[in-house]
Design a protein around this ligand. Structure first.
Ligand SMILES: [Zn+2]
Length: 493
């Protein structure tokens, strides 16, 4: 199961049909009332100044389907409080006979049937929950004010609140969210609950609010320490923490599970991590550090980039590799862990390719990943191996002067949110080619479906040997000086 969980982690932007009229933001306001208990739900009321006829709810997100079926009791009315009759035109799509200004409905929010889905959609259980505006509000809101009503004694936390990040957001002012555009609204994520603990962790370039629920094998301060180490590490490559703020929401699965079982999503500036609480402190902490190395990088890539289109092969697979390097650099992992992780990725992607029987480029696999678990394995595992080869190649060429981090750094500078939107794959490949000083690498390994990556390791002093049903990577006992220097840069002693 842990493999499945690993592959489900996501960060994606939904690009919705452009034919739906956008709802003006300045006059749009909603109240979301959280109701816990046996039939947990939110009661939502909204008002838009300019009446509209077509209302759309998200029906699918990150492979979780039928989200629209959780919406119940819809009512539409005009400013004069006249009811507007409506019909459903497709799943999640409604059309009123006369344009309406007001909408009221409930969204049923029982915990998802598939445990790992809890990192991707809203849910509420007995004492805690997650509210994501993407699946609770209508889509295409070009901005909105949202105020929350909570059960007695519950609190709400999020880095989506514009008020200063503080551990005291119990006042009414602290409960109002203001999203200035569609992306801010659809990216907003809120942790709610009766027993949430919060610690505000300052990092070199901003604050990370750690929102923790439940008893864990590790201490709260272990969590804040791990967050700070990783955010500071990534900042060295990517620049300041976007918007100078972020939140980590750490919540347990409803069912008991080992720490190897986890599911996470970094949306906007909020990282939601659901994890099993079983096992030892050491195992739990190692898993936490491992996941955070990856998820915190998503605060920059892709969440702070103005790149459009699907390029998951890069922001997932290359991020996995970046997290691995960062783990070795911070001492959480050693060089043997590095070799083992790359070898495991080779084993996983080769098995996936064998099952698929078709050869796809990483770009094509990215497009297929929600309907094909083996395509997802390529997006994560094969792309991670390609990232590794790229890093080694560029290090080899430049005698250690350049590496994959130079690519991340250039992309962050050229395509952050302040820059105009551009097509993602073209932009990323341009930077990869520029840093490599040739398009040969991307033509072989990214836009084409080159299959056997194992043969590439030999020139860097790494041998591929069979191991069980997979492979192991071992260091050649006879290394050239250049090979030794390259591997030492990565952490070989
Ligand atoms: Zn990811």
């Amino acid at each position: 199961m842990s493999l499945v969980f690993r592959q489900i982690i996501v960060c994606l932007w939904l690009v919705l049909a452009a034919c739906v009229a956008q709802v003006r933001g300045a006059e749009t306001s909603f109240t979301v009332k959280v109701v816990a208990g046996d039939a947990p739900h939110v009661e939502v009321r909204g008002e838009v100044e300019t009446a509209i006829q077509k209302w759309v709810f998200a029906s699918e997100y990150a492979g979780v389907t039928k989200l629209d079926e959780r919406v119940d009791g819809l009512e539409f009315s005009t400013m004069a409080d006249e009811r507007a009759t409506f019909r459903q035109t497709a799943p999640g799509r409604y059309e009123t006979v006369t344009a309406a200004n007001r909408i009221a409905y409930q969204v049923r929010l029982s915990s998802p049937r598939v445990t790992s889905d809890a990192a991707h959609v809203s849910w509420i259980d007995g004492v805690r929950g997650i509210v994501m505006l993407n699946d609770v509000l209508p889509q295409n809101l070009d901005g909105a004010r949202v105020s929350f009503e909570l059960p007695q004694g519950w609190k709400i936390y999020s880095s989506s609140f514009k008020t200063r990040l503080t551990t005291d957001v119990t006042t009414d002012e602290g409960r109002e969210f203001r999203g200035g555009n569609r992306r801010e609204v659809e990216d907003a994520v809120f942790a709610v609950g009766a027993n949430l603990r919060v610690v505000n962790q300052a990092s070199a370039s901003g604050n990370v609010l750690c929102v923790i629920d439940g008893a864990w094998a590790f201490e709260d301060r272990d969590v804040t320490r791990a967050v700070k180490i990783m955010v500071d590490k990534h900042r060295g490559v990517m620049g300041s923490l976007p918007k100078e703020r972020a939140a980590l929401m750490l919540m347990p699965f409803v069912q008991s599970a080992p720490p190897q079982r986890w599911s996470a999503e970094t949306r906007g500036t909020n990282i939601l991590l659901m994890m099993g609480r079983g096992g030892s402190r050491v195992a739990g902490l190692a898993q936490l550090e491992n996941v955070l190395a990856h998820e915190t990088f998503h605060l920059w890539l892709p969440n702070n980039l103005n790149l459009q289109g699907d390029y998951a092969w890069f922001y997932e697979g290359f991020t996995l590799y970046r997290a691995l390097r960062a783990g070795v650099e911070t001492g959480a992992l050693n060089f043997q862990d590095y070799l083992n992780a790359v070898a495991r990725a080779v084993t996983i992607y080769e098995a996936a390719e064998a099952r698929r029987g078709i050869k796809d480029s990483l770009i094509a696999a990215s497009l297929a990943r929600w309907r094909d678990a083996d395509a997802a394995a390529l997006v994560y595992s094969k792309a991670m191996v390609v990232a590794c080869l790229y890093d080694l190649e560029v290090g080899w060429q430049s005698n250690g002067k350049r590496g994959l981090d130079d690519v991340f750094c250039l992309i962050a500078q050229r395509h952050d949110m302040g820059k105009p939107p551009v097509e993602a794959n073209r932009a990323v490949i341009a930077v990869l080619d520029e840093t490599y000083q040739s398009s040969e690498f991307t033509r072989r390994f990214i836009t084409a479906a080159t299959s056997d990556l194992k043969v590439e390791f030999a020139r860097f002093g790494l041998q591929v040997v069979p191991s069980g049903t997979g492979i192991r990577l071992i260091v050649n006992p006879q290394l050239s000086k250049k090979q030794r220097r390259l591997l030492q840069r990565i952490g070989m002693r």
